[in-house]
Design a protein around this ligand. Structure first.
Ligand SMILES: [Fe+2]
Length: 267
């Protein structure tokens, strides 16, 4: 089967002036991830960044991101997360309004949603306002084939109570639209900084890790601000029109040498 390949990055949390996050450099992590992804998946058709592009939503942080992305030899699609801010983003990238897009890969439509709500009462939950809901209805109606949804905030519970308190606030309304469209094959989000696989109303939902800091596996009650130094990761999405396959790849491991076992070993 022939697949079209796209790369998924999320929660890059770029800082400025060399500031670290729990001792990690988001810039260096992103560069490392891009180098790894482009070396091993240079045949990808595009790369999507699923929000929390920066850590504080500051103009100088977006400038750092723009400089890192300048040499990426693929079409780059960006959307925003709860750590982003629209005005500084627009100043640097020259893109105003909602950062959503529709891309076609074969007969599969990839819909990138912008779930940032800068007026969120809790500062970090997401929302699709009426304008964006209308845009989503139209995008799905025009898809003419299977659709994949990429977004920052999650619409399925994760078991992390702190994160589930800052999910997509109108998730039920969004799920009504996705289910009634009937062509959504997979929903993929960031925000949690952890690999999670679940479903919502029968639709597969996957969440991928940050390129930088991750959420420790401390389920139940707890802060949404917990972080742990585990490897960064990105997603590799394969689309055939009949099937959607999501792989995740850790990078920056101490040893990632590929070895072929000569015995009977099979993973
Ligand atoms: Fe994040």
């Amino acid at each position: 089967m022939t697949f079209q390949k796209i790369l998924l990055f999320t929660d890059t949390h770029i800082t400025a002036a060399g500031a670290d996050i729990i001792g990690l450099s988001p810039q260096e992590r992103l560069k490392q991830g891009l180098e790894h992804a482009l070396a091993t998946h240079g045949d990808a058709k595009a790369i999507f960044f699923m929000g929390d592009l920066t850590h504080h939503g500051e103009e100088k942080e977006y400038q750092e991101l723009r400089d890192i992305l300048a040499d990426v030899p693929l079409p780059v699609h960006l959307t925003l997360g709860n750590h982003d801010q629209r005005t500084p983003f627009a100043k640097v990238f020259g893109r105003t309004g909602f950062q959503h897009s529709v891309s076609k890969f074969g007969n599969t439509t990839v819909i990138l949603l912008d779930t940032l709500d800068e007026m969120a009462p809790d500062k970090h939950s997401g929302l699709l306002c009426e304008d964006r809901l209308e845009w989503l209805r139209d995008a799905l109606a025009n898809a003419d084939g299977p659709a994949i949804i990429l977004m920052h905030h999650h619409l399925a519970p994760t078991g992390f109570d702190g994160m589930d308190a800052i999910d997509l606030r109108n998730r039920d309304e969004v799920l009504d639209i996705l289910t009634s469209a009937g062509n959504v094959r997979h929903i993929i989000n960031g925000h949690i900084h952890r690999s999670i696989f679940t479903s919502a109303r029968g639709m597969p939902v996957s969440m991928i890790k940050s390129t930088c800091h991750q959420m420790p596996l401390q389920l139940g009650p707890g802060s949404s601000a917990l972080s742990v130094n585990e490897p960064g990761a990105f997603g590799v999405l394969l689309l055939s029109g009949k099937q959607c396959i999501l792989h995740t790849e850790d990078f920056g491991l101490t040893s990632a040498e590929v070895v072929e076992e000569t015995g009977s070993f099979t993973p």
